[in-house]
Design a protein around this ligand. Structure first.
Ligand SMILES: *Cc1c(COP(=O)(O)O)cnc(C)c1O
Length: 636
């Protein structure tokens, strides 16, 4: 089932492509050395040619070797992410293009904080942002004034934080313009209106203010800039800003109960506090649009402003996909009624699945065309969610998850690049968009717009080269994503066979239909009705499936991960359903007992492209369920 097109993509479970990797690494290491020598070939070598014979040199090399050998030996205890026996967390083998590009770039050591120390890789970062924008359906022509803007971060956590910073800047910007008394701009009749203009109108106001300043004398322009800056939330801080505008309350963020904990971290960091995070109930682990709607209604009724609604495209624990189309529709309705806010998509996990929905020419792939490739995927709801991505305000995507890039790279993409001017750290330069019409020129001091400062250009090279070798459409990068979905569908089929075979002894339940490539599973021995007993049984299984530094690697047959279903997350209806399917007594679910306040389940990430090994006729998925069957034998 794995596609021959995927054979050259990775080093491989057995290191099959070692020659290719070694050839490339050596070739480009030599290339780097020639580059050094050709900078000023007239400079003599600073390290003498006989240096390697000196005792100090030899002693140094000996120490270095000893340490490297012990590191290399210790690393043999690492978790074998590359293996098709690894179904645990959101990680798999590394794509060769990214790995080689990163190794190649490391000795040049570019720092993508600004072009002065990253003459090449800043442009690559902006281009990688545009590649992602195109995949999402955002405007991606840098010549267009409203082109999207994307940059890389250390991970999804920082990208989510960047979305909060941008949404807050956009929300407070019209209020600052009003307070400063800038004439001739439509900033609403009062602070409430100004605070609720929504991100599009706020972005428009960045342009209009800029254009207005351009018509003033340099002296007047500077004075107006200073007056407006003095009113900005970035200057005043939350306390100062809301003290000046007593009719406004600090805004809240509506995110699903499945939201990653980076949202709580982000709200603490931005100073709004965890209480500002309001969790929207779910149905089947996807945002319940009705519940979202009533929370928004309540906010409007109480004049409680909303910073953003967050939809999750591939929840971390369950892989479920929120109805992004529903979030977009709700925003439109609420905006018409005077409640303006941003819509952000946390697609840290599922972002790259958007390649499946993209034709090579950039147009959307139709659902009937896609359906031919799968058993169930994509459901109409999932298709509608992906189709709506282009109408959201910003998206988080993790290249170090489904992008198969080494850890240390997330991405933030916003739909309209003009908004990002509000994040510029050097206030003097905030309004200088007119001065640089060239997109790539405008963002060369990248660090000014980002939460981070110095950042690795080598990681940027990895992402860019990967997207070039495997363009972000269904025929290229999508082949890899398709494999993950097919593996999940095959996993589900095996799971059903396993469930039928186990029926006399163990109940096997999939708590909610998977939307993509993550499948969870609960098991309860037949006859048991007690939650704590089932949890003990599941933890016992998991003990055989987890990475444990004390257990030799080869003693492990398979790796899976574990998560829990909390009744608060599931909601009462789904909790009742899952308990019934497992034949558990609801009375044994006990909020005061940490062993019985939730259900322990197994979680499987189907990322490895070689789970079904066509070459050797092996299905690791079949082997996994055979292993589980052995583990659940009463007399094993
Ligand atoms: C992984 C993940 C994050 C956090 O990303 P990091 O790269 O670990 O910082 C945020 N949201 C979701 C949905 C995720 O899956």
């Amino acid at each position: 089932m794995s596609d021959p097109a995927l054979y050259p993509c990775f080093l491989g479970p057995y290191g099959e492509n070692d020659t290719l990797l070694e050839k490339l690494v050596v070739e480009f290491l030599r290339d780097h050395v020639y580059w050094r020598r050709n900078f000023h070939p007239e400079d003599p070598p600073a390290i003498p040619t006989h240096a390697a014979q000196a005792p100090e040199f030899k002693a140094f090399e000996a120490r270095l070797r000893r340490e490297l050998h012990s590191l290399s030996a210790a690393l043999k205890r690492s978790v074998p992410f590359h293996s098709p026996r690894y179904l645990g967390h959101m990680v798999s083998d590394l794509l060769l293009p990214g790995l080689v590009a990163q190794i190649l770039t490391l000795p040049y050591n570019p720092n993508n904080v600004t072009e002065e120390v990253a003459t090449v890789t800043i442009d690559l970062e902006l281009k990688a942002g545009l590649q992602l924008a195109r995949m999402l359906g955002y405007p991606s022509d840098p010549a267009a004034p409203d082109c999207a803007f994307g940059h890389l971060t250390s991970g999804g956590t920082l990208a989510n934080y960047q979305s909060l910073r941008l949404a807050l800047a956009l929300k407070a910007w019209p209020v600052a313009l009003r307070a400063a008394g800038v004439p001739g701009l439509l900033v609403g009749d009062d602070d409430w209106q100004a605070f609720n203009l929504g991100p599009d109108a706020a972005t428009e106001l960045v342009q209009q203010f800029d254009a207005w300043l351009a018509g003033l004398s340099p002296h007047d322009a500077r004075q107006w800039r200073e007056r407006v800056n003095a009113e900005r939330i970035e200057t005043l801080g939350l306390n100062g800003f809301f003290a000046r505008h007593p009719e406004l309350k600090p805004p809240i963020v509506l995110a699903p109960v499945t939201a990653h904990y980076s949202w709580s971290k982000g709200l603490k960091l931005i100073g709004l506090g965890r209480n500002a995070l309001r969790l929207v109930p779910e149905a089947g682990m996807r945002i319940d649009p009705g519940a979202l709607e009533s929370m928004l209604e309540e906010a409007l009724a109480q004049r409680q402003s909303v910073l953003m609604t967050v939809g999750v495209l591939g929840s971390t624990e369950f892989g479920t996909i929120d109805p992004i189309d529903g979030l977009v529709a709700a925003r439109k309705r609420m905006h018409a009624r005077g409640l303006g806010y941003s819509v952000h998509v946390d697609a840290a996990w599922g972002g790259y699945l958007a390649t499946l929905f993209r034709e090579p020419d950039g147009s959307a792939r139709s659902r009937p065309d896609m359906r031919a490739d799968y058993v169930e995927f994509p459901s109409p709801a999932v298709y509608a969610a992906f189709a709506a991505l282009g109408q959201t305000d910003s998206v988080t995507i993790d290249p170090h998850k489904l992008g198969y890039i080494a850890f240390g790279v997330g991405a933030f993409v916003c739909r309209d690049n003009r908004a990002i001017a509000l994040l510029d750290e050097s206030a003097d330069y905030v309004f200088r968009t007119a001065a640089s019409n060239d997109y790539f020129h405008r963002y060369r001091a990248l660090g000014r717009y980002l939460p981070e400062g110095s950042k690795p250009g080598a990681a940027v090279a990895a992402v860019y080269v990967t997207h070039q070798v495997l363009p972000l459409d269904y025929q290229h990068f999508g082949l890899l994503q398709r494999q993950t979905i097919r593996s999940a569908e095959a996993f589900l089929a095996e799971l059903k066979r396993f469930a039928a075979a186990q029926a006399p002894r163990v109940r096997v339940v999939v708590p909610y239909a998977p939307d993509s490539n993550l499948v969870c599973m609960a098991m309860n021995p037949v006859g048991n009705r007690d939650v704590a007993t089932m949890n003990r049984f599941m933890r016992g299984l998991y003990d055989h499936l987890r990475a444990d530094p004390g257990t030799p690697l080869q003693a492990r047959e398979f790796f899976a991960s574990m998560t829990t279903l909390h009744p608060d997350t599931l909601g009462s209806e789904d909790t009742a359903r899952v308990l019934a399917e497992l034949d558990l007594d609801p009375a044994t679910l006990n909020a005061d007992d940490p062993d019985a306040d939730r259900l322990v389940i197994l979680r499987h990430t189907l990322m490895n492209p070689y789970l079904i090994d066509r070459e050797n006729g092996i299905s690791y998925l079949e082997l996994y369920f055979e292993y589980l069957a052995r583990l659940t034998q009463p007399d094993r």
